[in-house]
Design a protein around this ligand. Structure first.
Ligand code: GDP
Length: 178
């Protein structure tokens, strides 16, 4: 049994292709800095105290490295997650196409029918600061999110634009399930 005063802990999983900015977003949220060259070889997890609607809670962020060689390990990560930030880079079309696989894997592991909306999930188009190199139109990403019945948000881990928003919005969605 946890102590009575233990803060609720919410587990968030970062998913997406390599190089889209999962670590940069996480490190910006955690430490308010843009880390240019972060090269993890495996998943890393981070914890931060925060306040949600006046109540203290903890957010636990698992930054997956995309090198989860064994499907069983990946599935365990997904099973343990309460909410998911599915990241692509607006400058890399392939990373956008890859989001469909992540979405499918998560729903399969969670045993969720894609027609139900019960997995807290946000589609995130990162690197909005270099939209001059955009390969994925905003409307197209928005349309995919609408089809999945999730929100679509564009972020920049570099300028911090919408970084807090994606974590807090996701926490709110997790919280609303209780
Ligand atoms: P990950 O493999 O998904 O964790 O991606 P990283 O966080 O390691 O980022 C990959 C590269 O993209 C690094 O060189 C980052 O500095 C860069 N990057 C990440 N986010 C942004 C962003 O929002 N804007 C720009 N301009 N570069 C970014």
């Amino acid at each position: 049994m946890p102590p009575i005063n233990a803060k609720p802990l919410h587990k968030v999983i970062m998913v997406g292709s390599g190089g889209v900015g999962k670590s940069a977003l996480t490190l910006q949220f955690m430490y308010d800095e843009f880390v240019e060259d972060y090269e993890p070889t495996k998943a890393d997890s981070y914890r931060k105290n925060t306040v949600l609607q006046g109540n203290e809670c903890q957010i636990d962020i698992l930054d997956t490295a995309g090198q989860e060689d064994y499907a069983a390990i990946r599935d365990n990560y997904f099973r343990s997650g309460e909410g998911f930030l599915c990241i692509f880079s607006i400058t890399e079309r392939e990373s956008f196409l890859a989001t469909q696989d992540f979405r499918d894997q998560i729903l399969r592991v969670k045993g969720a029918d894609s027609a139900t909306d019960n997995v807290p999930f946000i589609l995130v188009g990162n690197k909005s600061d270099i939209s001059n190199r955009r390969q994925v139109p905003y409307e197209e990403a928005q349309a995919l999110a609408r089809q999945w019945r999730v929100d679509y948000v564009e972020t920049s881990a570099k300028t911090r634009d919408n970084v807090d928003k994606i974590y807090y919005d996701l926490l709110q969605k997790i919280h609303n399930k209780f």
